[in-house]
Design a protein around this ligand. Structure first.
Ligand code: 3PG
Length: 396
């Protein structure tokens, strides 16, 4: 159920769970994307005369009141994005919270301090859920990016109060459904990043669901090694060669075409502007490391994108944080952006590094959807149920 099903929120105390776990440096927010993305829902509720009480976590304080994990520095950024004042309470339960909530007028916005200052949050402790629920009449979950956590404020509250999905939650779920559950075919997935070990479940799930799978980044080296190729000093999880082989076999059985690099940009040092050359993946010297996919690989990836109607992207294709080893990621991202702009591709991307890589390529805005989620996006791609979403569905 979404906000459309919530009825009038006028005068209601709305506990709105948001994810404003944003990058911060010296007490200042350095990337306000997650804040900006929840603003429309806050406005929608406040404009109806709802009293918006924001619940959120920050960092991983594990029940300790660490000043570095306070949500107070988020207030100025939130207030600026919203264009109205945002009050702050020094605790999310107890007297401080109750006093702040009772002082709210219709349309006011209040941010409560970090839910993870209490151990009951991560334990999803019923007593803590009840304490949170005391301050609300309605619960709205807007935090898709924290929905893989079965915590009091992301899961427990949905069982305790009338519960609805916020607009960002709705948009994330719609986009992900279009990406993988009910996509236009053919579907291509691009999976990159450093390690196979962190993405085994993801690859196994994807080969069963997509038509083409591009494997890039450091993890491609493990696959090349599994195919008997020498990868020199490249990042490579040699102990996962058998796993890689099994994934390739599963792909073949599922008729999923796997696209691995055919050429590579190699260097002898892992640093920006290191002397480099492009070689075939059959000719990687012993003392070199693969830092990016080469132009022939990029051409193959682009041709595959041209055949696809839907793209799901997680993880960069090379060491994109070091120029010029960002070339393959940038080229493929721009190509996907062009196809999207031309109306020929639905493109969905997510995951911390991925969003940074797409923005670096200047391609993020053209994508059909860029998720705010890191871990939750990955778990969803792995085919796992997200407790925060399931709790809302159970209510629906
Ligand atoms: C995130 O930043 O991905 C979410 O806020 C979840 O944070 P967590 O990994 O600390 O639960």
């Amino acid at each position: 159920r979404t906000l459309d099903d919530a009825g009038s929120l006028q005068g209601k105390r709305v506990l709105l769970r948001v994810d404003v776990n944003v990058p911060m440096e010296n007490g200042r927010v350095t990337d306000a994307t997650r804040i900006e993305r929840v603003v429309p829902t806050i406005r929608e509720i406040a404009d109806q005369g709802g009293r918006v009480i924001l619940l959120a976590h920050f960092g991983r304080p594990k029940g300790k009141r660490e000043p570095k994990d306070s949500l107070e520095p988020v207030v100025p950024a939130l207030s600026a994005a919203l264009g109205r004042p945002v009050a702050f309470a020094e605790d999310c339960v107890g007297e401080a919270a109750a006093a702040a909530v009772s002082g709210l007028k219709d349309g006011d916005v209040l941010l409560l301090e970090n839910t993870r200052y209490h151990t009951g949050e991560e334990k999803n402790d019923p007593a803590f859920v009840a304490a949170l629920a005391e301050n609300g009449d309605v619960y709205v979950n807007e935090a898709f990016s924290a929905a893989h956590r079965a915590h009091a404020s992301t899961e427990g509250l949905a069982h305790k109060l009338p519960a609805f999905a916020g607009r960002l939650m709705q948009a994330e779920l719609d986009a992900l459904t279009k990406g993988l559950e009910a996509p236009k075919r053919p579907v291509i997935a691009i999976v990159g990043g450093a390690k196979v070990s962190s993405k085994i479940d993801l690859l196994q799930n994807l080969v069963a669901k997509v038509d083409m799978l591009v494997i890039g980044g450091g993890m491609a080296n493990t696959f090349l090694h599994a195919q008997g190729k020498a990868v020199g000093k490249s990042l490579c999880e040699r102990d996962l060669a058998e796993t890689a082989t099994r994934i390739l076999q599963a792909a073949e059985a599922a008729k999923c075409r796997v696209i691995l690099p055919v050429d590579a940009v190699i260097a002898r040092a892992f640093e920006a502007n290191a002397a480099n050359e492009t070689v075939s993946v059959d000719a990687v010297p012993e003392d070199a490391m693969i830092l990016d996919a080469g132009p022939a690989s990029v051409a193959e990836i682009e041709a595959a994108i041209d055949q696809a109607a839907t793209l799901v992207w997680n993880g960069p294709l090379g060491a994109f944080e070091l120029t010029p080893f960002d070339a393959a990621t940038v080229a493929a991202a721009r190509h996907a952006a062009e196809r999207t702009k031309a109306g020929q591709l639905v493109s969905v991307a997510g995951g911390g590094d991925t969003v940074a890589a797409l923005n670096h390529a200047g391609a993020g805005e053209a994508f059909s959807y860029v998720s705010t989620a890191g871990g939750a996006f990955l778990e969803w791609l792995e085919g796992k149920e997200l407790p925060g979403v399931e709790a809302l569905r159970a209510k629906g």
